[in-house]
Structure formats: C-alpha cells, structure tokens
Design a binder for this molecule. Sequence first.
Ligand code: HEM
Length: 495
Amino acid sequence: MIIFTLLLIFIVVFIVIRCTQRSRRLPPLPLGPKPFPYIGSLIPMLKNKPTFRWIHRMMEEMETKIICIRLGHVHVIAVSDPKIACEFLKDNDEIFASRPDCMSGYLTSDGYLNTSLVPMSDHWKNMRRIIATEIASASGHKWLQNKRGEEADNLLRFMYNRCESNVLVTEEVVNVRIIVQQYTSNIARKIMFGSSYFGKESADGGHGDEEIEHVESFFTILAYTYAFCVTDFFPYLRWITDFDGHERIIRSAIRTARKYQDPLIDERIQQWKDGVMTKKDDLLDVFINLEDPQLTPDHIKSQILDLMIATFDNTWNSIEWALAEMINEPRILEKAVHELDSLVGKDRLVQESDLVHLNYINACVKEALRLHPIAPFTLPRVASRNTTVAGCFIPKDSQVIVSRVGLGRNHEVWDDPLTFNPDRHMNGNKVVVLTSHNLHMLSFSTGRRGCPGVLLGTTIAVMLLSRLIQGFSWEMPPNEPRVVLEESLHNLWMA
Ligand code: HEM
C-alpha cells in the first residue's frame, strides 16, 4: 500500500513538473485585455459595441498588430499586419484552413452544406473543386458571359430611364446605392436562375418588391454572420436562450431569402426529372446535373444561397465608394473617362473583353477595395492544432480574423493611406489586378480558403464602374458640394 501511494505521488509530481516545464517553454499568447475567469472579455465586449471598432481601438491603444481576446473558452486572435497575416494565411495555411462551428454559419449553410462557412471537411473540398471547374474556370466564366452582358445593358437602360423620368426635377437624382445593389444582385440571380427577377420587372427596369425583400435579407444575413454572437462563445447557452437575439433575426432573414429561391430550385429539379429540361442554361442546372458527387436538393439550395450572397457581397460596396471618391476628386474621374475614351471610344459600350486593358479603372476599384472593404475582418479561420505564429502561442481552436482595414489602411505599408489614390496601384504598362498576394491589402485573401470568385468578382466590379463612367456624366446634386465620405458607425458602408 505504501509503495503504491509513493508511486502515485511520484507519478503526480512527475506530471506536474512536466506540464510546468512545457508551459514554461511555450511562447506567450499575443497581447490582449486581461480576461475574467471563465467568461473572458465578454463584459467589455458587450459594453463596447460595435465589436470590430472595440477590437481595433484596443490594438491601437496597446500598440500591437496581433491581439488575443478570450471570449468564453475561445481565443479570438485579430491581426492587422501584412507579414503576420501572411504567416497565418500563407505559411500556415494548412493549419488555418477551417471555419468556426457557430450559430450563424450553421444556420446559413443549413447544417454546413455550403462552401464558405463550413469547417474543413471532404464536402468542402468537393465544393471548392466544383466551383473551380464550373465558375472560376475560364470556360465556366465564358459560358455565362451573355447573361452578365444582358445585365450590364439592363443597368444602363434602368439609369437612362431614371434620368429621363421626372425624378430628375426633384432634388433626389440618382441613388447610386440602389443602382449598384440592383446590378450586382441581378447578376447573381441571372447566373444562378437564368432570370434577374422573381416577380414582374418594374416599368423602368428596376427592382420590384420581391427583389427588394430578397436583397434586404442578404444584408441581414451578412450583418449577423460571424457577428460575435454571445452563444457562439458559450454554446450551452444556445439551448436556453437566444441571448442577444441574433438567432431569431438570422433565421427570419434566411427564411425570407429561401422563400424566393427554394421553390425555383424544386421546380427546376422536377423539370429535369420529367425531361422538360435537357440543356444546361445556368448554374442551377449545373448543380442539379453534377455526378461527382451528386448533390441533394438541400445541398443545392444551400450552395446557391452561398454563392448568391458571395457574388453580391463585396462588389456593390466597392463601386459605391469608388464613384463617390471619384466625384469628389474630378481629376481622378477625368482620368478614368479619358482611359475609356481612348481605349474603348465613344461609339460602342465597354465590353468584358475590354476590362483587362482598363488599367486605371481597375486601379480605382482596387483602391476602393483597399480603403473601403465591405467588412472589417475577413471570414474567420480556425487553428486545427496548437502552433506558434509571429512568436506567439496560438492555441488549437483559436479563431483568427485578419483585419481588412488594418492591412489596407496600414501607414507602414501605404503612403497617405486614408487618401483615395488609384495611381498608387499603377505600375507602368503592367496589368493591374485586384488581388494582393503579399496581403498589403485584403481583397480576395489567399490560401486554401481564399476567394474562388476572383475572376467573376473582378469582372462584375470593373464592368459596373466602367459602364457607370462611360454611360453618364457625374456631378453632385445642386447645393451639395461634395459627397460626405463618412462610414456608418455599425459597419464600413457609407453612412
Ligand atoms: C470583389 C468581389 C469579391 C471579393 C472582394 C471577395 C472576397 C472574399 C474574401 C475576403 C473571402 C474570405 C477568404 C478567406 O477566408 O481567406 C471570400 C471567400 C469566398 N468567396 Fe469571395 N469575394 C468576391 C467575390 C466573390 C464571387 C463573385 C464569388 C462567387 C463565386 C465568391 C465566392 C466566395 C466563396 C465561395 C468564398 C469561401 C471560400 C472558402 O471558404 O473556401 N466571391 N471572398
């Protein structure tokens, strides 16, 4: 008995010493607010909404480019430096290639059936492969070119109708936000479903009630996805309460989006079954006819919602900001007009084949993505194991969020970072691309979870700005000297 007790004591002491030695050897966690036991920094987070501004403020106050905020048992690691971002997203891409298991991701993807919000899995790998061949490939892109072209023409028709209508007589001239959102969501609907409208097109070519409600539901889903929902950090609470009300709101928005989309999907599946459809015409047809792997109706519905939102998400915001900045700075607008006049001319409308030659317009879009990203952070990545990055210990299951404003507005990287200056991206005759693989800005991100929609996203955004500039002369409404370039308090959209 005595020998057994001594042996037990010896083993316990040995384990304690080993653990202490190991923890001594571990590098420190990144700097961060001192967490309360168990709840971490939950209370300051709730007191300092919006959370993204609180995180950036703390990083500035602590003069750190990487911060660790403990929320419940989760370490949230925010990064605002390109070199450190590269260490996470490029050097350690394999470790950080998953997404968190959370309420918004689970509900929006209908139980992780989509691509962008699913934790690492074979399903994700299959979906990435499908997107790469069917959407991101040059042939897939070309296949849908006519549909995008029709929308680019529809955009001009709609604006022309607006300018011709009596609305011009009043002070409310053209609401750019409506135009850019309409164009981007129309393209998303058109390439997925073959039609930009759910209901009847309104007389002037604009959105009807159905499309307006559909787009609004996207905003809500986007606003509440990875929105620091309390129950994500205290998962057992979810069974008791929807603590901050996020779940009710996002469920309702998903229901709204899907009430328009899902019946069309069911109907089309039936048409293929009945032999009424025999030729693929849009991405929905592609998803229905996949063989490796075959997608269930639930997978198709989830995937379509994912791609609709992804297509709509970044593009409208960047062009709204770009145009506003350019109207305030006529020299930049004139340069863009000059480029269009000299490379495309005045006798025809700009086409997709022109876009790659429009270096200055591409630079304007890139500058808007740098200075005015739609979201403060990129989608979170999850550490699949303990590791060390930038000399700091990153525990398994940490959620890493790279700050898009932290990179894009970083004064160590960019001269005069808060000024809209497309010329900074011009490099002789070199083609300007919207990606940034050194992560000096975060447009499409990089690595396994980087955006697969670079070609489509670039085409939609550059075409939109080109057509708006080529088709119309822009100036401020009477009595308003400049566009007020102020961000909203709760997100990064123009206030
Ligand atoms: C200007 C337009 C766009 C921008 C700036 C943009 C940006 C991004 C960013 C920053 C991410 C997160 C990447 C990461 O976690 O590291 C992302 C993910 C994603 N984007 Fe885009 N995107 C754009 C357009 C599109 C389009 C048109 C599509 C449609 C195919 C698309 C599909 C996706 C998907 C599916 C993901 C999730 C990837 C994954 O988790 O594996 N995006 N995008």
